[in-house]
Design a protein around this ligand. Sequence first.
Ligand SMILES: [Zn+2]
Length: 175
Amino acid sequence: MVSQQECLFCKIIKGEVPAKKVYEDDVTLAFLDINPRNPGHTLIIPKKHFETIMEMDEKEATRLFESVKKVGEMAMNGVQAQGLSIAQSNGQAAGQVVAHVHFHAIPRFMNEAPPGLESILASKRLDEKSLDKIAEAIKGAPTGAPASEAAAPSEEKKPSKELSFEEEFGDEFKL
Ligand SMILES: [Zn+2]
């Protein structure tokens, strides 16, 4: 676990690490990503330290997304972009790097021949039966963090095998 004292984004909130801040209110802060994917690439974070959105209650998550919408539109219009991608990752399996909840708002331009962010993952071909099985599993699933500790981004262990996609759903899936 990354302690709150060591967290980069908490240090930015406290002013101990400089950042190009573009928006702030009582519960959220937004600043430019130092490795922008596009001009105007902005990160929106809660001022309270949470590692993933699963730790946030609905009110906290709602307030955060209100800022994501507002700041995303400001970023898009600020750099005169034509579109806006919003991305957010939770847990090691999702590729989360900084263990403090953050949304990426990335202005998008027509002249970049835009791929959608969804396209970073290859499409999986699933038959009707598999889709039904997954839909039922989702309808009956709990909210909150996954049962496995493998979700924690700061823990350097491999994801639990018992939760792997293939083993969970068997060879009905052609990955
Ligand atoms: Zn933090």
